[in-house]
Design a protein around this ligand. Structure first.
Ligand code: ADP
Ligand code: ADP
Length: 216
């Protein structure tokens, strides 16, 4: 969890390698659906362009299909879900029914002014949505993804007029979830203002400890 631009995707890319977990980023899934012109894509495009959340039932359906896939049977990493109270409740219900539970809710936090600096310089690759920043994490060759050679673009919703709307939505609809996870003892906070390697070290150490505890 964390505001737009906190570094969730940047960290997730690394954690997926560390822990060999399937990774479900709702924003990536929805953007791929829009680019491929699927029914889902047509349904969600306008919400995304406006910087609003897509309806809860639509996004819950997307996640539930993935929880039931074989690859997720040993665990998974969610990025960008849940983002509303109904989504938390749907996830809890779904996990309960399957006899499963969350290990942790990881919060990567940064202040609003940092969000604005980061999103204005964010670039993603067209092929796999790998993340860069023109100033803080530039690719070796300008405009080209280091990992797969595809072209780098700016997300439509990273334009300044939409960024403020997304921040408002985060504060109103998603931030209240933090207290819920805190009350349940699941919340782990990370200072997203630190450099990416440092944030990564902190999260990896926390997850390694949680994994050890789970095995005891
Ligand atoms: P960021 O990485 O900037 O936090 P995402 O890529 O996660 O943003 O999400 C982009 C957009 O996709 C959101 O603005 C919203 O329209 C939609 N979206 C992603 N996840 C959800 C969700 N859990 N519930 C509703 N809408 C979502
Ligand atoms: P989120 O998934 O939370 O929306 P991203 O991982 O896409 O965030 O990161 C947003 C932007 O900020 C990207 O351009 C990324 O390269 C950059 N970034 C990510 N983490 C850091 C960091 N710790 N310090 C500086 N810039 C960062």
């Amino acid at each position: 969890m964390g505001p737009p631009g906190a570094g969730k995707g940047t960290q997730a890319e690394r954690l997926v390698d560390d822990f060999d977990l399937p990774y479900y980023a709702t924003g990536d899934i929805l953007r791929a659906a829009v680019n491929n012109g699927t029914e889902l894509g047509k349904e969600v495009k306008e919400y995304m362009d406006r910087g609003e959340l897509v309806p809860d039932d639509v996004i819950c359906q997307v996640i539930m299909e993935r929880l039931d896939s074989n690859e997720a049977s040993d665990g998974f990493l969610l990025d960008g879900f849940p983002r509303t109270v109904p989504q938390v409740e749907a996830l809890d219900d779904a996990l309960d029914k399957r006899g499963r539970a969350l290990t942790a809710a990881l919060l990567v936090d940064v202040p609003d002014e940092e969000v604005i600096r980061r999103l204005s310089g964010r670039r993603i690759c067209v092929k796999n949505q790998h993340v860069y920043h023109v100033e803080f994490d530039p690719p070796k060759e300008e405009g080209v993804c280091d990992q797969d050679g595809s072209r780098l673009i700016q997300r439509d919703d990273d334009k300044p007029e939409t960024v403020q709307k997304r921040l408002d939505v985060y504060h109103e609809q998603t931030e209240p979830l933090i207290g819920r996870y805190e009350d349940r003892g699941l919340l782990r906070r990370f200072d997203g203002r630190r450099p990416p390697d440092e944030v990564h070290d902190h999260i990896r150490a926390t997850l390694a400890t949680l994994r050890l505890e789970a095995e005891l």
